[in-house]
Write a protein that binds this ligand. Structure first.
Ligand code: ADP
Ligand code: MG
Length: 727
């Protein structure tokens, strides 16, 4: 029964760190597999190069002739690197990336072949869209979707394939991916933020959203992984008793990185750096065998691509090291899960970070403007922020005392809180006296020195200001960051547009610009007060307090997703041109279906494992005990009972657990059947969430008890201590 487990444990002893080639100085190979600016300059004619750059910077269109020239240059570069295939690389709503490979070679007359790649292949491909989630947008009779080149994200080479980042849309123009709406929000934010930036600096003409993500993950040996069907099929362990030693000692977080893990990290970092992904930090995380890596922040579109690319690389390279990477938000119950902090800010063409306090009252008024508008944006759309991080995996984490709660709030730090509160008390509705103004400006001018010694960090807040950026901490480790970015960008864009209207209205009534800005900020700070929270986000008191404040605490995905189709969200997205109504509803359906599918599979796996692995193992062990008891009876006659107390009680306990497991699995199956019968995606997801998912923990409870009763030798699944503590 337990053959696989023991074979895996034996294999573990044979593992040694894979030797990773030393590539020398990073500057020597950084970005060598990317068709970046330098390579374009080398492989493209000068006018073509200029046009591509303009398209990247100003979002202008490229015509077919230019595309042909770019394709020729790209092909020449790719062939020089031994590439044989190309693919459009896109981000369907499954959450992973997709590719459709085509060879460069074309058979021509006389049995010869040439390497061909033209503008039209660069610009557009037609992957069979019916195999990707489309939320009913594409009926089979119009079964075509197409991918289209995104020149703002450079092409790159993986293995022998040239990968071209693309958007993925239906034939009728609706987005079927994450990238196309993300790009729209970036353009919208650019415009709105640059318009507001003009109040402070006429040189600000372009604003770019920046993203620096921090990716958490677990490593597990592949032999152990393969002996756990639940990990293979769902990415998480559905059973497993907590180990005697958990993360209580916190020795992992500060400990040195184990050698095997280290060599895996070096390997994927090398590959990432070759692809121009600026990974810089790596460290252990809180839980055993949990790690994190983070790059230097980048323009948000590139950062999103790089995160997906990195996850993909990590999965591939882990195999070389006999590891599997777990990106699931909660692979092990009772052990910290994994998140992906999204650090977000806005950078200008003048090289400034708009969320970085400056050193003059003027630059600080600029800082306060973007700072307060971001807070107000979260206040206005907190439920959308919650929806943007909703997933079956993240439901295990949010509010479980290890990750920010499902209640959205913003943390500013005590010093900035004081600055905002003072601003509210000092700015008056009427005209400000010169002294009052000087006073205010003095206060505002003090921000940088305050922040320098601002060491308070609140790790329990879902959305925290950390000195020069906001950190959205509630994002799940397996998520595509684009979802969070689309939300932040669009909420802040709408907010900045409103801000400009409010300020201009006051100016037109005779207020000076600075006075108008201060007055509007004051109003925003007052209005959005309830979203600010500086205390412990993990505490029960916060749940009570948040309820008093009227903040929502939506614990499960199906209900959290309602915010995607609310009137407010719909108005936000349609007014900015990010999504139309059809796209909004399609997306909502897709996310609901994704949720349902995930828990449906988990339900099946739990049922199968319980009935085919756990119960038979328990029977087998119970039979051994019964043989033991009958043997004692033969030997000792009526006295046997005294000698068989433990055996008899264990036999009974095993029977009890088995019978509970069996009846609960049956009940779960019935609940699943009922849920499967529902045709409305939302109703079905809610039914799964409320009626099926609760059985998961109930069944697990019984199984985990059996794990403690049945002999270690007989247990079929690798145990938590084996998966978490191996090196
Ligand atoms: P933590 O304490 O959460 O690990 P760090 O100070 O190490 O935070 O930085 C976390 C992340 O913040 C890094 O990935 C970095 O790239 C990102 N970051 C720094 N500045 C910015 C910025 N202006 N915009 C976006 N991300 C940023
Ligand atoms: Mg962080």
């Amino acid at each position: 029964m337990a053959i696989l487990r023991f074979k895996a444990l034996e294999e573990l002893h044979t593992r040694t760190p894979v030797v990773v080639e030393n590539l020398g100085k990073v500057s020597g190979f950084y970005g060598e597999n990317v068709f970046n600016r330098d390579r374009m300059r080398e492989y493209l004619q000068e006018d073509v190069f200029e046009k591509v750059m303009a398209a990247v910077e100003q979002g202008t269109q490229l015509d077919r002739k230019i595309a042909d020239s770019v394709a020729t240059g790209m092909k020449a570069w790719a062939l020089s690197k031994g590439v044989s295939h190309y693919t459009h690389w896109f981000q369907p709503l499954t959450g992973t990336t997709a590719e459709k490979h085509d060879g460069f070679f074309m058979p021509v007359e006389n049995g010869r072949a040439i390497e061909a790649f033209e503008g039209k292949q660069l610009i557009q491909q037609e992957p069979d869209a019916s195999s990707f989630p489309n939320g009913g947008i594409r009926n089979t009779f119009e079964a075509r979707g197409y991918s289209a080149w995104d020149p703002s994200s450079p092409a790159f080479i993986i293995g022998a394939t040239l990968c071209i980042p693309t958007i993925f849309i239906s034939y009728t123009g609706e987005a079927l991916d994450y990238k196309s709406p993300l790009l729209k929000t970036l353009t919208a934010l650019d415009k709105a933020a640059a318009d507001v930036g003009q109040y402070f600096d006429k040189n600000i003409t372009k604003v770019t959203a920046t993203l620096g993500w921090e990716q958490e993950y677990f490593l597990v040996d592949e032999a152990l992984y393969n002996a756990r069907p639940d990990l293979v099929l769902t990415g998480r362990t559905v059973f497993g008793h907590s180990p005697a030693k958990g993360q209580q000692l916190e020795d992992h977080y500060f400990g040195s990185i184990p050698e095997r893990a280290m060599s895996f990290m070096r390997d994927f970092e090398n590959e990432s750096l070759r692809l121009g992904i600026p990974v810089r930090t790596r460290h252990n995380e809180v839980a055993p065998n949990q790690f994190e890596c983070a790059p230097v922040f980048e323009e948000a579109n590139i950062a999103v691509d790089h995160n997906l690319l990195l996850m993909d690389l990590m999965e591939k390279i882990a195999r070389k090291h006999n590891f599997r990477v777990l990106f699931h938000e909660k692979p092990y119950a009772g052990v910290n899960g994994s998140g992906k902090h999204n650090n977000w800010s806005m950078g200008t063409n003048t090289g400034k970070n708009l969320l970085s306090p400056g050193n003059t009252p003027k630059t600080n008024l600029q800082f306060l403007t973007f700072f307060v508008n971001t807070i107000k944006a979260v206040y206005e759309h907190d439920d959308l922020f919650r929806a943007s991080i909703a997933s079956a995996g993240n439901d295990h984490r949010l509010g479980a005392n290890e990750a920010p709660p499902a209640i959205i709030s913003v943390f500013l730090g005590s010093q900035l809180s004081v600055v905002l509160d003072e601003l509210v008390s000092k700015v008056k509705a009427g005209k400000l006296s010169p002294e009052e103004k000087t006073n205010l400006k003095l206060n505002i001018g003090k921000i940088p020195e305050i922040l320098l010694d601002n060491t308070d960090r609140n790790r329990t807040s879902p959305f925290a200001f950390t000195g020069n950026k906001f950190e959205f901490r509630a994002v799940g480790s397996s998520a595509n960051c684009a979802q969070a970015m689309i939300t932040i960008n669009s909420a802040v864009t709408a907010q900045l547009i409103e801000f400009k209207q409010d300020v201009d209205a006051l100016i037109s009534k005779g207020d000076k610009k600075d006075d108008a800005i201060l007055k509007v900020l004051k109003k925003y700070i007052e209005v959005s007060a309830r979203i600010r929270f500086e205390g412990n986000g993990y505490g029960d008191e916060w749940v009570v307090e948040a309820e008093k404040r009227g903040l929502k605490n939506i614990k499960t995905t199906p209900l959290a997703l309602d915010a995607l189709v609310s009137k407010k969200t719909s108005a936000l997205w349609t007014s900015l041109g990010i999504f139309n109504e059809r796209e909004i509803h399609a997306r909502h359906d897709i996310y609901l279906e994704n949720y349902t599918k995930k828990v449906q599979i988990e339900g099946r796996v739990i049922g199968d494992l319980a009935l085919n692995h756990i119960i038979p193992t328990a029977f087998e062990y119970q039979s051994k005990l019964i043989t033991n008891v009958t043997g004692l009876k033969e030997l000792y006659g009526a006295d046997y009972k005294k000698l068989a107390v433990v055996q008899l009680s264990t036999i009974e306990q095993i029977s009890e657990h088995i019978s509970k497991i069996s009846s609960k699995v049956n009940a779960m199956t019935e609940a699943r059947k009922k849920a499967n019968g529902l045709s409305d995606a939302r109703k079905q997801a809610i039914e799964y969430c409320d009626k099926v998912v609760p059985y998961f923990d109930e069944i697990r409870y019984e199984v985990d008890k059996l794990e403690l009763l049945v002999s270690d030798e007989a247990w079929p699944l690798p145990k938590y201590r084996e998966m978490l503590f191996h090196r």
